[in-house]
Design a protein around this ligand. Structure first.
Ligand code: EPU
Length: 357
């Protein structure tokens, strides 16, 4: 039997770590995406679906097939109140934000400069500066690999939460997002709740001003993955009970937390990591970013394992200092598939199928 080709994934992950996969298939259309994934699934072949590679951490050479989504297309229609967009999964998110702005269909500007593809947006319900994907989502179309059926879920069926959706939970590993429907109100309502956006007046600000402001904030705080490898926030902001928050605030009065509707409190993990003195801490070329402690960076030659080890060190330190458990935002992918951070210390878990961003 001829040896299988090995494909480098270095340019397919924004951490820029150098691992490979056995097989790489780029799919340019929705139909191709559906048929390739359905076949791999039916044959019980290990595979994962890759979008922009901005939400993964590879820690080993992957022993399966990577399906790279490159399906393109944006269709628009409108009624009296809304613009409706039907966007293929392989479109770049930021390009979509710019496209909408140039076509005078504002509403996405708070989500400018988020790296990754449109198909990945609903999976972790991307969010930034007072806006989440769920706020502008009309529907999500996906293929159910068990039946090969194409299905559309309305936004309220997607079980969106903070960096969560049904595609990361119940439907994980058995579905691939193929396109999304976005609904933008013609009566544009700027979202100005986040710090630096408060300088604007709601009745005079333009979408372009909001867009420029977001781009400036992100560029100042977050490293550009094209220059310094990273995957945005590496940790989710942990959610704790009010009682727990009140106890913490007694010891750490400056602790940053946001009250949620259900009474729980979302803590700023960046604050916890910063205040534990971890900014700049490194394992090899992997380091905690100096400008935003929530981001882990590859200063050049870091391996995925260096980044993983650094993440474990951060988790351990935060657990010991604040008794708060941090969870990783990116998916960790080892030789045999997706794994949990905890697997580092326990036996590796085997996962054969899943989709990724
Ligand atoms: N903070 C520090 N030190 C730091 C970083 C943050 O003290 O090193 C404090 C800040 O001063 C601020 C608080 O922590 O009071 C929150 O920081 P920031 O506003 O920068 O936002 P974040 O909670 O760190 C979240 C998202 C970002 C998103 C921003 C803005 C998560 C995990 N991250 O970050 O999303 O851009 O809010 O809305 O929810 C991403 O997911 O990749 C991402 C960048």
């Amino acid at each position: 039997m001829p040896a299988e080709a090995i494909h480098s994934l270095k340019s397919f992950n924004t951490f820029g770590v150098d691992y490979s996969c056995r097989n790489l298939i780029t799919v340019g259309t929705k139909n191709e995406l559906i048929s390739v994934c359905s076949k791999l699934f039916a044959d019980s072949k290990p595979f994962f679906v890759l979008g922009g590679g901005s939400n993964i951490l590879l820690t080993d050479d992957y022993q399966g097939t990577v399906v790279k989504i490159a399906s393109k297309g944006i269709e628009c229609h409108e009624d009296d109140e809304y613009y409706y967009l039907n966007v293929e999964a392989g479109e770049e998110w930021h390009q979509l934000v710019e496209y909408c702005l140039t076509k005078a269909m504002p509403g996405l500007e708070n989500l400018a400069l988020i790296p990754g593809t449109v198909g990945a947006a609903p999976i972790q319900n991307i969010g930034a500066y007072g806006l989440e994907f769920m706020d502008i989502c009309d529907w999500v179309e996906f293929v159910d690999l068990r039946s090969g059926k194409l299905t559309r879920f309305k936004s309220d069926e997607c079980q969106f939460g903070y960096r969560e959706s049904i595609f990361k939970a119940e439907l994980k590993g058995v579905t691939v997002v193929t396109s999304v429907g976005i609904k933008l109100a013609k009566r544009w309502q700027p979202r100005l709740s986040y710090g630096p956006l408060k300088q604007f007046e709601a009745d005079s600000v333009t979408p372009e001003q909001v867009f420029d402001c977001i781009c400036r904030i992100r560029t100042e705080k977050l490293p550009d993955p094209a220059v310094i490898g990273n995957a945005g926030s590496f940790f989710k902001n942990p959610i704790v009970s009010t009682t727990r928050y009140k106890k913490l605030i007694e010891s750490y009065p400056a602790l940053v937390g946001y009250f949620l509707e259900d009474g729980s409190v979302k803590l700023a993990a960046g604050w916890l990591i910063d205040n534990a003195g971890l900014k700049g801490v490194a394992v090899g070329d992997a380091a905690v970013h100096e400008q935003q402690a929530l981001v882990l960076i590859n200063k050049g030659q870091a391996s995925g394992r260096d980044i993983l080890q650094l993440a474990m060190r951060v988790i351990e330190t935060i657990k010991n200092k604040f008794d708060v458990i941090l969870e990783a935002e990116p998916r960790i992918i080892g030789a045999e598939g997706e794994r949990e951070l905890e697997d580092e210390r326990t036996v590796g878990k085997k996962t054969s199928h899943y989709s990724s961003s």
